[in-house]
Design a protein around this ligand. Structure first.
Ligand SMILES: [Zn+2]
Length: 787
């Protein structure tokens, strides 16, 4: 222990020393690192899946794609004819060469058919979900194999998505991709394999039913391709290949809503097979499956060097029966643990955006490495990582939704415990974590299908005044050659109100909450490779280490260093005014979601709420009593079922946030008045210690914190008060205040810091000024309130 020095000039170190000494004698309440670390790989899918080859053994064998490609948008007359994919099937059923499940009877239509051509409906009313296609249970149907054909398609593997294929002409195949489970659309992600082509044979693939109206495929993006033979011979892994690529309006109408007569979009590409008897995989981007994640986590958890900083926990079980993991990464030293800042990373809310997983893998690999910067971060931060929020969607080959058929990143306002368990528990967990310590940064990782480069969406009250919310984004773009600050936007759009980003920013008052988007393509017309995505993750950590101040060192050591936040704010002030127009938003189309009536038929309202159960029982008995009026009774039962399926679970803190003002006042300080008042209110509420934290979200840190509180009460209370009158270990924001005071009393030569110190000190003396107000003041004085 470096005790003596600390003892003399830093009283808080003295406290910590005593705490540390006691801690080493008492076993922690909760075992920080459980011995059984690895995860059993148990992937549950809605239908049987074949194993995939081991992709990506190394990340270094990619070659740069340098050949010039031409983008020809074919001159196709988009007629006004109202043809759907089902009509196409009727005309071409003799040419059908592949359907995802042999049992599928694509032509089958019942009189009251509520399904859509490429939709599988999964019914969760039983313990084992059953999958239905056009009203028929999928695996009960009679086997009707496709005509044998030289070229064979397959998509019955994890993350696979190809619904059926038709041979249109020699070497031309029309493909239909599958709707997200329990939706009428959301088709964009594709992942399938082709076998049986001859060496040198060129095939044209037409994917007929894409959702999005624009695509990077017209700007030079090529499909991701993996050739098994090529891998065996040369070691080439996933690369970008294919030529004559174009993306244009399809002649086929979306089946829903039919009345709007909206068209699908079609992707056309050509590929020349290099080897005889090869199996070639094609995908929208380099796939990253749930199995890949669990295997990666196991390599980390088995590594003696890495697993000392890493612990895992099952957050919840998803609808499909898979687990949602939550990881904690921090230094296992207990020193100054209470002062560590919280950092939260999320990935794969959208299953068809595998880039997020590679960035996440880069983050985890870096944070558990023996890199000194990583060690620095571990000593000063506690990382909570949700590596795959939508494992069900990833397993079953969805693009955007979970198995219940809704976009998880639009469910953060009031997630339903039963329908969106990973969002419900992650939100609860992050809320509990924020009560425990100050959360400095939240990053939600995504992929973007229309813009190049990587960039963030942030939250800010103003699109013109450069406030603290932009600082970390600018810093990230400075350390990351793959990030483009000019593409970043900082808006609180009403359309994205229910995203993780906006909800966490609103509810937890965290300045740095970002949606980090990585392009499916790359930048400057060069494709991103897997290692580039990994490097993006490392860069996020690099930027973080520049902004996190070391709590284990003397404050005097860092006082002379230039303040990076100040620098960033000054630089932002010099930047030209922009209006943050988000060109080519990547938001989803909610029209693909099932209607309330359809949802009620698929999800048992009684399975997740005892209260609702009793309520509907009561209603049922009431209804039985009123047999005289059967019609109205039936209606009310359906209505109550609907209400109970669709009712969003109530959150504990149902405090109403004032709606965002649509008017933009000119004075930036005025603009932040409303939330500031809110923060003050919160401050008053927080006076009670966090003993009220829900037990299910208790973490190791929470228990440690509770123990610290007891220690403080027993031994140090009076001393604490005499030295630092407002020392309060519940409020992380006041920690910095304490340290500033300590520094002020021990430091004499540091004039550069005096202003901010005196500002903090005066803020302290006036108890009416909350720490959040100090934060606001710091924003404009440009000081490092987050030291
Ligand atoms: Zn996304």
């Amino acid at each position: 222990m470096n005790s003596n020095n600390n003892y003399n000039n830093d009283s808080s170190s003295e406290d910590d020393l005593q705490v540390y000494e006691t801690l080493t004698k008492i076993a922690p309440a909760n075992e920080l690192l459980p011995r059984k670390l690895t995860i059993d790989i148990d992937v549950k899918s809605l239908y049987p899946l074949k194993p995939l080859p081991k992709f990506c053994k190394t990340y270094t064998t990619f070659f740069e794609e340098s050949s010039q490609r031409e983008c020809l948008i074919p001159d196709i007359q988009v007629s006004d004819e109202n043809r759907t994919l089902l009509d196409y099937y009727e005309e071409n059923k003799q040419n059908l060469v592949y359907k995802r499940f042999d049992q599928l009877d694509l032509g089958k239509r019942t009189s009251n058919d509520r399904t859509y051509f490429a939709s599988l409906l999964a019914n969760f009313k039983r313990t084992q979900p059953r999958v239905f296609f056009r009203g028929e249970a999928l695996f009960d149907q009679k086997l009707t194999p496709c005509t044998s054909e030289q070229i064979q398609f397959d998509s019955n593997f994890e993350s696979g998505n190809l619904f059926c294929a038709f041979k249109k002409a020699e070497n031309i195949y029309d493909l239909v991709i599958q709707n997200d489970i329990n939706t009428r659309g959301n088709t964009q992600w594709f992942f399938f394999s082709v076998t049986g082509a001859k060496a040198g044979q060129t095939i044209q693939f037409n994917i007929l039913n894409h959702l999005k109206t624009g695509s990077l495929f017209n700007e030079g993006l090529q499909p991701a391709v993996y050739s098994v033979k090529e891998n065996q011979l040369v070691g080439t892994e996933w690369c970008r290949d294919g030529f004559n690529i174009s993306y244009f309006k399809s002649i086929f109408m979306k089946e829903y809503p039919l009345s709007l007569k909206k068209k699908y979009y079609q992707l056309r590409f050509h590929y020349t097979f290099k080897h005889e008897g090869d199996k070639v995989y094609f995908a929208h981007s380099y796939p990253y499956t749930y199995t890949n994640l669990l295997e990666f986590l196991n390599t980390q958890l088995e590594d003696q060097e890495r697993n000392q900083y890493l612990s895992r926990k099952v957050l919840c079980t998803t609808l499909g029966g898979n687990t949602c993991e939550v990881l904690t990464i921090t230094s296992n030293s207990l020193q100054k643990r209470a002062f560590r800042k919280g950092v939260v990373f999320l990935a794969r809310q959208h299953p068809g955006e595998p880039q997020g997983s590679y960035v996440m893998q880069g983050i985890i690999e870096f944070l558990t490495s023996n890199n000194p910067q990583a060690e620095y971060l571990r000593q000063n931060c506690i990382f909570k990582i949700f590596p795959m929020m939508n494992s069900d969607g990833v397993v079953n080959g969805n693009y955007r939704c979970g198995l219940e058929g809704s976009d998880l990143n639009r469910r953060w306002k009031k997630p339903n415990k039963y329908l969106h368990p990973s969002v419900y528990y992650a939100k609860k967990y992050v809320k509990g974590f924020s009560k425990e310590r100050q959360i400095l940064l939240v990053v939600d990782l995504h992929g973007h299908s229309r813009k190049q480069s990587s960039f963030v969406y942030g939250c800010a009250y103003s699109s013109q005044v450069k406030t603290i919310e932009r600082v970390f984004a600018l810093l990230m773009s400075k350390v990351n050659p793959f990030m483009d600050y000019s593409s970043c936007t900082f808006r609180v759009e009403s359309a994205k109100d229910k995203t993780a980003r906006i909800q966490l920013w609103r509810e937890l008052k965290i300045n740095w909450v970002y949606t980090y988007e990585c392009s499916f393509y790359g930048q400057q017309k060069k494709h991103y490779q897997i290692k580039d995505y990994l490097n993006c993750g490392v860069s996020i950590c690099n930027a973080l280490s520049q902004i996190v101040k070391d709590t284990t060192k003397e404050f005097t050591n860092q006082a002379n260093q230039p303040d990076i936040q100040q620098q960033m704010l000054e630089e932002l002030g010099k930047m030209p005014q922009t209006d943050d127009q988000d060109i080519g938003s990547d938001s989803s189309q909610s029209e693909a979601e099932l209607s309330d009536d359809e949802l009620v038929q698929l999800f048992q309202p009684k399975t997740y709420s005892i209260k609702q159960k009793n309520l509907s029982k009561q209603q049922e008995t009431n209804n039985k009593k009123k047999i005289q009026q059967p019609n109205s009774n039936q209606k009310s039962t359906i209505a109550s079922q609907k209400a109970s399926v669709l009712q969003e679970s109530p959150t504990k803190n149902q405090e109403q946030k004032p709606p965002m003002s649509s008017q933009k006042p000119k004075n930036p300080l005025y603009r932040i008045q409303a939330p500031q008042r809110n923060r003050q209110l919160d401050q008053v509420k927080q006076v009670e210690p966090p003993l009220m934290v829900d037990k299910s979200v208790q973490t190791d840190d929470w228990i440690y914190r509770q123990w610290l509180i007891q220690m403080g009460k027993l031994k140090k209370q009076q001393e604490f008060q005499s030295i630092t009158p407002t020392r309060n270990i519940y409020k992380s924001s006041s920690q910095s205040v304490t340290r500033f005071i300590v520094k002020n009393s021990t430091m004499k030569n540091d004039r550069g810091r005096v202003d901010s110190i005196s500002l903090m000190a005066s803020g302290l003396q006036n108890k009416l000024i909350s720490s959040s107000q100090q934060r606001q003041m710091m924003r404009y004085s440009g000081s490092n309130f987050m030291s």
